[in-house]
Design a protein around this ligand. Structure first.
Ligand SMILES: Cc1cc2nc3c(=O)[nH]c(=O)nc-3n(C[C@H](O)[C@H](O)[C@H](O)COP(=O)(O)OP(=O)(O)OC[C@H]3O[C@@H](n4cnc5c(N)ncnc54)[C@H](O)[C@@H]3O)c2cc1C
Length: 378
């Protein structure tokens, strides 16, 4: 349930109404879904969830570039099904570079199918030797006639193997470092593009490695003006980092509510856990951290929605604080549930496994701190 009261100052009426509708959907459709038992089942469930999200119009805020609405949808989805949230996140990452591009070609072909949940997106930036230091990526995009030939490996790619298209970052001129990077939309059935292997996480999340072996794409597939691909990637992350924070808040909200319910019903030493001050102190800290995180998240999204050209500082603060706070909140919830909290079937165990990756993807906490400090001292 997305409770808008604490962040109401940053929202319009339409956002409050959206929060009610998407929370009802999450409760009715997502909460009853069983966690997929293995990677193959997770991949099938991800495709199914994409269709459901598209049909219910929950992906529309991506096309509308309504960042507060994206945060509300991610909060609701992540609390109910971290996998559904990952599906939303990847549609956004794959599509936003198209929305920011002056080149209409890929947008015309992929935008509506992606938003309607008929085409699965992916965002391929990370490489075996380029993680946090993405400017050093080595995948090549060699100009060739009226197109480019792509060669290289991308790893840790969400939706690898099940996506319909990949938004790919590759360099046309390695010597120019970040200024040589281009951004290309590559259909999954492109000759020379292959799915190498899945990478299995402790929480269900389709992830894997893809390779380009002389995969030819037409010049219309390039989204950036030459030399601007890296900037396009950063501009995409600028817009979406607050939404990662929102997803973290969604998981933390669910964990807190599980912890409160358990603390009220579980009796030890003759009284409910909720009457012990050590438990009360945990609950108080969890709720305060969560509210602070949500204020940072919606502040960043609101700044972007009202036209701020950049929200680098605000988005980095929101992502770093919210994901770190959510990790602590989920961990405290597990502690309050005691042994029941580490049973694989428990909600908090699932959240515990799911929250961890949010402190890593779309820029680790350390990288967010470097961004924040860089803005402070520049
Ligand atoms: C579940 C999941 C999904 C992902 N999905 C995608 C995807 O769809 N597309 C995609 O392109 N990528 C994706 N990634 C990759 C993700 O973006 C990278 O894992 C992340 O950027 C970190 O890179 P790395 O893993 O290589 O870690 P490294 O860069 O090797 O960092 C390792 C550690 O060193 C720290 N570190 C690095 N540099 C510094 C520094 N200068 N100062 C201080 N500390 C530093 C990091 O913070 C981290 O703690 C995903 C990752 C995960 C876990």
């Amino acid at each position: 349930m997305v409770d808008t009261s604490a962040v109401r100052a940053f929202l319009d009426e339409k956002h409050v109404a959206l929060a009610e509708r998407v929370s009802e959907f999450a409760e009715r459709v997502l909460v009853p879904l069983a966690e997929p038992p293995d990677d193959a089942a997770a991949r099938l469930q991800a495709r199914d969830l994409l269709g459901k999200l598209g049909a219910a119009h929950w992906l529309d805020p991506i096309r509308d570039q309504d960042w507060r609405a994206c945060c509300i949808v991610r909060e609701a989805l992540a609390g109910a099904s971290p996998l559904a949230d990952a599906v939303f996140a990847l549609q956004a990452l794959g599509v936003v570079p198209m929305l920011l591009s002056a080149n209409e070609g890929p947008r015309t072909r992929w935008l509506e199918p992606a938003i309607q949940g008929r085409a699965m997106a992916s965002f391929a930036m990370t490489e075996p030797n380029a993680g946090s230091d993405v400017a050093s990526l080595g995948a090549r995009a060699e100009p060739d006639g009226d197109g480019y030939v792509l060669t290289g490996t991308k790893t840790f790619i969400s939706n690898a193997g099940i996506a319909d298209f990949y938004t790919v970052f590759a360099t046309t001129a390695p010597a120019k470092k970040d200024k040589g990077i281009g951004c290309f939309v590559v259909p999954a059935d492109t000759q020379g593009l292959s799915f190498v292997r899945p990478l299995i996480l402790s929480a269900p999340h389709p992830l894997g490695e893809i390779a380009f072996q002389k995969a030819r794409v037409p010049s219309e597939s390039r989204l950036d003006a030459p030399g601007e691909g890296f900037k396009l990637g950063l501009a995409t992350l600028d817009r979406l980092r607050a939404t990662v924070g929102a997803a973290a808040c969604g998981m933390a909200t669910r964990a807190l509510s599980e912890a409160i319910a358990h603390a009220k019903s579980r009796r030890q030493f003759g009284k409910p856990l909720a009457e012990f001050q050590l438990i009360q102190e945990k609950l108080a800290r969890m709720a305060t951290d969560l509210t602070a995180a949500r204020l940072l998240v919606y502040r960043a999204a609101w700044e972007k929605d009202r036209g701020a050209p950049r929200v680098t500082l605000e988005a980095a603060m929101a992502k770093a604080f919210a994901t770190e706070a959510a990790q602590r909140i989920v961990d405290d919830a597990v502690q309050i549930l005691g042994g029941r909290g580490v049973l694989a079937e428990s909600v908090v165990d699932r959240l515990y496994r799911s929250i961890r990756a949010l402190r890593i993807y779309e820029g680790t906490t350390e990288i967010q701190h470097l961004i924040i400090a860089g803005q402070l001292v520049k």
